[in-house]
Ligand binder design. Structure first.
Ligand SMILES: NC(=O)c1ccc[n+]([C@@H]2O[C@H](COP(=O)([O-])OP(=O)(O)OC[C@H]3O[C@@H](n4cnc5c(N)ncnc54)[C@H](O)[C@@H]3O)[C@@H](O)[C@H]2O)c1
Length: 253
């Protein structure tokens, strides 16, 4: 990637934890200016301070991705501070405990849709308004292997992640001629606080996870970050509307 990211501005949502945090660090390491957005205000501010102390350009923004006005203000703040937006990783998302479809509640459905799907659309809309004006940009949405396959107990989560791929592919076609590439990553099971919470609730899950992995381990957040950086780089210039599976071989079984 050489010096490609040196004059680039990258936004990461859900930047306080897990894959978002690893991606913020990876963008900063290759010289990008980073905007860190999360509902966890204290955490993104402390990461931004730590990055600034290390000589990086970083801006922390409290943003709930379900709130369109907050998302519009977040993109506005990035552009008024740094003058542009070159890359965005729409990563903020939640998981809820597994429950079979007949027992799930409407509240769970609305909450998952609001964060995992509407949140991605909110972000794409305001990122694209800016990138369309610039005539350039790269967006990566965080879907999941749950965007490709089914899993008992996780119907609503998987519906949101299938939806993220629908947004990705359709918007990718709209902007392919205008210098903006839109892709997605589909992580398998990644060792983040989200998975740690699931395992804490249900400890026997860990051996099931490891048994299902052809390579016998979970993924590391940094392994998703490197996929995101590649998708945002010129090396992926011919990659459009792709759902990049990073799952240690889980879905090829
Ligand atoms: N961990 C996995 O195994 C896995 C696998 C596939 C996909 N994913 C997806 O990857 C993404 C990141 O997951 P993670 O495992 O790093 O999770 P994580 O829980 O470690 O981090 C998620 C971050 O998103 C933030 N967030 C939650 N709701 C938000 C909102 N409304 N607005 C702004 N920020 C919000 C949280 O505060 C947190 O910092 C999610 O979209 C998740 O669905 C996770």
């Amino acid at each position: 990637m050489n010096n490609y990211f040196n004059d680039k501005v990258a936004l990461v949502t859900g930047a306080a934890s897990g894959m978002g945090l690893a991606t913020v660090r990876a963008f900063a390491e290759v010289g990008a200016t980073v905007a860190l957005a999360d509902v966890n205000d204290d955490a993104v501010h402390s990461v931004a301070e730590e990055l600034a102390a290390g000589g990086h350009r970083a801006l922390a923004i409290r943003c709930d991705v379900t709130d369109e006005a907050q998302v519009a203000a977040m993109v506005g703040k990035i552009v008024s501070t740094f003058g542009r937006l070159d890359a965005a990783f729409n990563n903020a998302g939640i998981q809820v405990p597994a429950v079979e479809t007949a027992d799930a509640t409407g509240e769970e459905f609305e909450r998952l849709m609001a964060i995992n799907l509407r949140g991605v659309w909110n972000c794409m809309k305001y990122e694209l308004l800016r990138m369309r004006e610039q005539g350039s940009g790269a967006i990566v949405n965080n879907s999941s292997i749950g965007g490709l396959i089914g899993n008992p107990g996780l119907a609503i989560y998987h519906a949101t992640k299938h939806g993220v791929l629908g947004l990705t592919k359709s918007a990718a076609l709209e902007y392919a001629m205008r210098g903006i590439r839109i892709n997605a990553v589909c992580p398998g099971t990644i060792d983040t606080p989200m998975v740690a919470e699931m395992v804490a609730r249900q400890p026997e899950l860990m051996s099931d996870i490891l048994k299902a992995q052809p390579n016998g381990r979970m993924g590391r957040p940094e392994e998703i970050a490197s996929a995101v950086l590649w998708l945002c780089s010129p090396g992926a210039g011919f990659v459009i509307g792709h759902a990049l599976v990073v799952d240690g071989g889980y879905t090829i079984r």
